[in-house]
Every structure is written in structure tokens, then in C-alpha cells.
Design a protein around this ligand. Structure first.
Ligand SMILES: *Cc1c(COP(=O)(O)O)cnc(C)c1O
Length: 379
């Protein structure tokens, strides 16, 4: 169904068309071409110091990150439970087992305390985790510094799933550059898009060289096709990179706009009781890819689902927060450390329309519709 006001819709107001035409004129549309190099260079410069490899999705970037860290059959990998399935699926592709950890209430991301409990508990049964997957959900930076300390203490690498957090920062440092390997997504509804795409980030030149090699079918540098190991067709194509580069040029403006939308929601929704927002910590800066609210049904006089349905009828798209992976039927058998934090967030939360071209009047309309429904239920 096409919504009048979609959740997150891309706008192409920069050089997208110009660069796409140039890519087509160059004849290079596949995994070789000038825009791929430009995109990688510009991205690395933007996030400072890290090297970037452009790939064809965030999921393939996560998969490749796990391959590069040597994850294989029988291994265990700790993963934030409150996330999209793509954070954990590659663990299963590799025959390894995800160990899910609950969130904390400040940022809604992985709880450092529960993470340490999980590590100690797995070590006690002789299964030291091979990696930690942390996520910056909806663009909100996780407690990454605490998690990196735990990573160092136990010598377990961190895969930083910053798929939703391109442009987010902690202490001025870009999300995606803290972990051993960082991952971005440029899928259609993310803060910037290349149609479909992703990136793998690392400061370790060896990891980057291996990522380039493995993402291009592990072809040896010989006049004939020679392969010493199994590779993947995971590189970004030149046409996607053309669109991605044009979007990347606008990243700062797009983040500013999303932050303004978030601020406007806070202001307009301040008239409601029982509505709370995801909050930045003192040193963190969210790209506010999606504005999300928690609705305390008792205080608000309305539930998240009631709001979802009533807005849907008016052609306005909202979405539940990610359903925690430990509650997904497909991951039912997997170990979980924590309580009901992410479950409660899922039960009361809602993602609100957050496209950059959203008008203030549309936000007022959303608030008006909710207000009308609340007053109805009092009579
Ligand atoms: C979008 C997303 C991914 C996957 O990225 P794709 O480019 O869609 O494959 C991974 N993790 C999170 C948290 C995401 O939101």
C-alpha cells in the first residue's frame, strides 16, 4: 500500500541524476568504475581515518565482517537482541550460534552489564564468544565506549552494526569507527541510500585488503582466473555508487533535517501525557534516522497499536519498533541474557514518519488525529 505520508522516503535533490548519467555514459555499471573509488574515498574522509569498502548491502557487510573475524561452525557470537534480523542472520549463515543480550533503558541498545554477564557465563561453560554485535538502533548511539572496554578486557572483537547510524557520533567520533569492524547500510529507506548498498569499515589495513579480495570472488592477481579460497560477489556496483556519492554529499543536511523533525515532534507531542522519546546521552549525537516514541497506555489513554491503526486509515505510515530477536520464532532455541527491557520497548514503542520532506503541518495533523482519538476514548 502506498502511504500519503510514508515512514521514511528518500529525496534526490543533489547530484543523483547527474552522476547516474555519468556512470551510464562511462559504460561501467558493474563492480568496477570511478564512482566506487570516489564513494569509498569520500566516505572514509567523512568519517575520518577509517578505510571503507563499498558493498552491495549492509547484510553482506555484516556477513563479510564475520568471515573476516574467522567465525565458523560451532562458534558463538553475542548479538544485541533488540535489532533487525540482518544483525544476526549472518551468524547463522556461517553455522555459528547467536547468543542474544537485552538492552538498557537509556539508549535502548545492548546493556554493557548484561553483555559482561553473558560473556562470563559463556566462558564458564567453555564457549568464549568469538565476537560481539552491537547496534545503534534508529541512529541512537549505543554505550559504545563501555562495550569497547569490555571487548578489550576479554579480547573479543566488536562488529559495530551502524546500518542505521550513518552520521551519528559519540564525542565527535563517527559511529561505525569504534568497533573492530563497522558496518553501514545504504538501503532504500536509510538516512542516505545508494538504492541498495552497504560498507565495511576498519582501521586495520589487512582487514580492508582481505575485505576487498573476498568481496570480489577472491580472484588472485594472475592473467587467468585462479582462486585459493571461496569468495563472494559482494562489491557495490558503479551505478549505486554514483547515487550513493550524491547522497553522501548531502549527509550533513539530511541529518540536520531529521534532527529538526525529531525536535518538532517533541514540541508538538509535549501536550500529551505518557509519551517519551529516545534520548541522547551527554556525549552522543543521533542522526535521528527515525523518530521513535514510547507510549505509556495508561497515562496516554491510547496504545501504540491504536495510534498505528488510526494513522494507517489516514494514509500515514508508522511502524512498531524492532521485535527483539530472542522473541522471534526462528531464534526461539537461542540463549538469551536479560529481562524484559527490549520486550517492553517493543510493546509500547512506535516509529513515526521521519522523511526529510515532511511538513510541519503534517506533524500537526498527526498530533491532531491522536488527540482526537484520545479525547474520544474519555467519553
Ligand atoms: C538495514 C539494516 C541492516 C541491513 O542492511 P541492508 O542494507 O538492508 O542489508 C542491518 N542491520 C540493521 C540494524 C539495519 O537496520
Amino acid at each position: 500500500m502506498a502511504y500519503r505520508i510514508p515512514l521514511s522516503f528518500p529525496v534526490f535533490e543533489g547530484n543523483e541524476k547527474l552522476y547516474s548519467e555519468q556512470a551510464i555514459s562511462s559504460g561501467h555499471l558493474a563492480t568496477y568504475g570511478a564512482f566506487i573509488d570516489k564513494f569509498e574515498t569520500k566516505l572514509a574522509k567523512k568519517i575520518k581515518s577509517h578505510e571503507a569498502v563499498a558493498l552491495n548491502s549492509g547484510t553482506s557487510a555484516l556477513h563479510l565482517a564475520m568471515v573476516l573475524l574467522g567465525i565458523g561452525p560451532g562458534d558463538e557470537v553475542i548479538c544485541q537482541s533488540f535489532t533487525f534480523c540482518a544483525s544476526a542472520n549472518p551468524i547463522v549463515y556461517l553455522g555459528a550460534k547467536p547468543i542474544f543480550v537485552d538492552s538498557e533503558t537509556d539508549t535502548w541498545n545492548i546493556s554493557p552489564e548484561l553483555l559482561e554477564d553473558a560473556i562470563l557465563s559463556r566462558i564458564a561453560v567453555g564457549k568464549k564468544p568469538k565476537a560481539i554485535v552491537l547496534v545503534h538502533l534508529f541512529g541512537m548511539p549505543a554505550k559504545i565506549k563501555e562495550v569497547m572496554e569490555i571487548s578489550q578486557k576479554y579480547q573479543i572483537p566488536v562488529i559495530e552494526d551502524a546500518a542505521e547510524a550513518v552520521g551519528s557520533k559519540v564525542d565527535g567520533q563517527s559511529c561505525g569507527t569504534f568497533g573492530t569492524i563497522g558496518v553501514y547500510s545504504f538501503n532504500g529507506n536509510k538516512i542516505i541510500t545508494s538504492g541498495g548498498g552497504g560498507a565495511l569499515l576498519s582501521n586495520d589495513t589487512e582487514i580492508i585488503q582481505r575485505a576487498i579480495h573476498l568481496s570480489t570472488q577472491a580472484r588472485e592477481d594472475l592473467p587467468y582466473y585462479q582462486h585459493l579460497e571461496i569468495g563472494y560477489n559482494y562489491k557495490m556496483n558503479n551505478l549505486s555508487a554514483a547515487v550513493g556519492l550524491a547522497q553522501l554529499e548531502q549527509l550533513d543536511t539530511l541529518v540536520e533535517k531529521r534532527r529538526k523533525i525529531n525536535a518538532a515532534y517533541r514540541e508538538i507531542f509535549s501536550r500529551f501525557d505518557g509519551f517519551t522519546f529516545q534520548e541522547e546521552l551527554e556525549d552522543s549525537w543521533s542522526n535521528y534516522w527515525l523518530t521513535t516514541v514510547l507510549i505509556d497506555e495508561e497515562k496516554a489513554g491510547i496504545s501504540n497499536d491504536k495510534i498505528r491503526v488510526l494513522l494507517m486509515r489516514e494514509g500515514i505510515e508508522t511502524r512498531f519498533l524492532w521485535k527483539p530477536l530472542h522473541l522471534q520464532p526462528v531464534f526461539r532455541e537461542m540463549p538469551f541474557y536479560g529481562g524484559n527491557i527490549s520486550e517492553k520497548l517493543f510493546n509500547s514503542g512506535l516509529c513515526l514518519p521521519s522523511s526529510v520532506n515532511l511538513e510541519y503541518s503534517e506533524l500537526e495533523e498527526i498530533a491532531y488525529l491522536i488527540e482526537k482519538e484520545i479525547s474520544k476514548s474519555y467519553h
